[in-house]
Design a binder for this molecule. Structure first.
Ligand code: NI
Length: 143
């Protein structure tokens, strides 16, 4: 099995807030991340595709195609946007890194698996909210 990763970055604003809870609960739970007037992150996103290289091309996935898919599905909707307000596929999602990696994975899966060689598949989506705070969604590994 070969793992191919494309690394990209984007900037976005967000606020951690659960509208079903009180302002006090939100403030206690999320602290600074609940700031009413938003805050931003320089996110780093790593998308990994796993599979065997195609016999004709030697590729698990053409990285040019992977780049285009990530741009269309994640970067165009999210870069320089407010993740709470402006991204249709994140509607009603509290934009923690945990929820973002799951949402990004679901956004990417179909297009990536169409573009990949035979049995290659989307393996994981990893998001660095800061250098030290990282979330990864990798459903295969849980099996
Ligand atoms: Ni934040």
């Amino acid at each position: 099995m070969i793992y191919v990763t494309r690394k990209t970055h984007f900037n976005a604003a967000h606020r951690l807030h659960n509208p079903e809870k009180s302002d006090e609960w939100n403030q206690q739970t999320f602290g600074k991340c609940n700031n009413h007037n938003w805050h931003g992150h320089n996110y780093v996103l790593e998308v990994t595709v796993a599979g065997e290289p195609d016999r004709d091309t030697g590729y698990v996935i053409d990285l040019g195609k992977l780049k285009t898919i990530i741009k269309k599905k994640i970067l165009d909707p999210c870069d320089h946007k407010n993740l709470n307000l402006e991204v249709p596929f994140l509607e009603n999602v509290i934009p923690t890194s945990e929820n973002l990696v799951k949402a990004f994975y679901d956004q990417l899966k179909t297009d990536i698996e169409k573009a990949a060689s035979n049995n290659s598949r989307l393996y994981s989506v990893k998001l660095f909210e800061t250098e030290r705070n990282i979330a990864e969604y990798c459903p295969d590994r849980a099996r």
